[in-house]
Design a protein around this ligand. Structure first.
Ligand code: HXC
Ligand code: NAP
Length: 291
């Protein structure tokens, strides 16, 4: 068994109906594939119908699971309600929601127009709010016994990050939404958790965050204590657990999956990693002599 293999029994999500925003590409697609393999009926949504159709064709051929797609801009509440209506029409229920859709690009903040800043806030924070509110209202009205929401954030939701300030601002909001509603809606059987991924190469993220030769200039693996990037199946394994009944007592949590990346950047003396082994004898001697 290795970390990049599927982790669960085939029926772990059997019968569950799960909406995944941004499910047509990248990490959303990886979660969609695995949830289907585990028996879920998955509804994917994004703005690009052709992309959704291609992904649907591919995953239906590849797995025995069920999949439906509905085009939707997460910023538009009416379109979000339409996704719920279409899901209920086809499958009769909704058990889970993964708020995965996002927009992001690197830029010095002072170069951003007001609209550019708003665009990221609207996709990430307003979009997650829209789906969360629509699903929450539905579950509460129907008195559904249990349901779960998983929000995909980032580690800079709590550290902040230069050059992706709208994204950091919005993801921090999504994390606050997660923790707040985990308490408020627990009485309705609704659990909310978040995953904070470190670097998981996807075309969507890498084209916008490491364009051109930045990929070579900044070897992202060097920022990670484990010296590698994440594999999509690893994230899908964690997401499947958090969407399943096995995680029934986990609520309001954010789970980091980043090989230790953000802590490497944070620890005051982590730079001492660069000191060669042979220097430690000398350093110890110098410190001991300071009595
Ligand atoms: C400055 C920019 C810009 C750029 C767009 N804008 N790109 N400003 N630098 N590189 C400005 C535009 O000029 C416009 O402002 C405003 O932003 C909206 O742009 P549109 O193109 O009209 O918006 P839209 O079509 O809605 O597209 C949204 C998008 C696009 C975010 C700009 O990139 C997109 O569709 N992204 C979706 C996928 C994505 O981003 N995936 C990566 C997620 S990665 P004006 O003022 O001119 O009107 C991620 C990882 C986090 O979140 C952590 C990694 C470790
Ligand atoms: P991605 O493939 O670009 O995924 C983003 C998805 O969001 C796309 O499918 C996109 O589809 C959809 N989307 C964007 N704007 C939308 C809108 N207005 N309405 C509906 N859908 C919209 O990138 P990814 O790397 O897989 O990112 C997935 C999630 O992981 C994001 O939340 C991201 O912040 C998070 N994350 C990724 C990394 C990483 O290293 N990859 C690290 C930390 C966190 P359309 O363009 O078709 O609408």
């Amino acid at each position: 068994m290795t970390y990049n293999e599927p982790m669960f029994k085939d029926n772990e999500l059997s019968g569950k109906v799960i909406i995944i925003t941004g499910g047509g590409s990248g990490l959303g697609k990886a979660m969609t594939r695995y949830f289907m393999q585990l028996g879920a009926k998955v509804v994917i949504t994004s703005r690009n119908t052709n992309k959704l159709q291609t992904t649907a064709d591919e995953l239906i051929a590849e797995t025995t699971g069920e999949l439906m797609f509905v085009a939707c801009d997460v910023r538009n509440y009416d379109q979000v309600e339409n996704v719920l209506a279409k899901t209920l029409e086809k499958y009769g229920r909704i058990d889970g929601l993964v708020n995965n859709a996002a927009g992001n690009f690197i830029s010095p903040t002072e170069r951003l127009s007001a609209n550019a800043f708003d665009t990221i806030i609207d996709i990430v924070l307003k979009g997650s709010k829209n789906f969360t509110l629509a699903c929450g209202k539905h579950w509460i009205k129907e008195k559904q016994e249990k349901s779960t929401i998983l929000n995909i954030v980032t580690t800079y939701a709590w550290t902040g990050s230069a050059y992706v300030v709208p994204s950091a601002t919005a993801k921090a909001g999504v994390l606050a939404l997660t923790r707040s509603l985990a308490v408020e809606w627990a009485k309705y059987g609704i659990r909310l958790n978040a995953i904070a991924p470190g670097p998981f190469p996807t075309k969507g993220a890498w084209d916008r965050l490491l364009p051109g030769d930045l990929k070579e200039k900044f070897d992202i693996k060097k920022k990670v204590p484990l010296k590698r990037v994440g594999e999509h199946q690893e994230l899908a394994n964690l997401a499947a657990y958090l969407m399943s009944d096995f995680s029934a007592y986990i609520n309001g949590e954010v789970i980091t999956i980043d090989g230790g990346e953000w802590l490497q950047g944070a620890g005051e003396f982590n730079m001492l990693e660069g000191i060669p082994q042979e220097m430690w004898d000398m350093l110890e001697m110098m410190i001991r002599s300071r009595k």
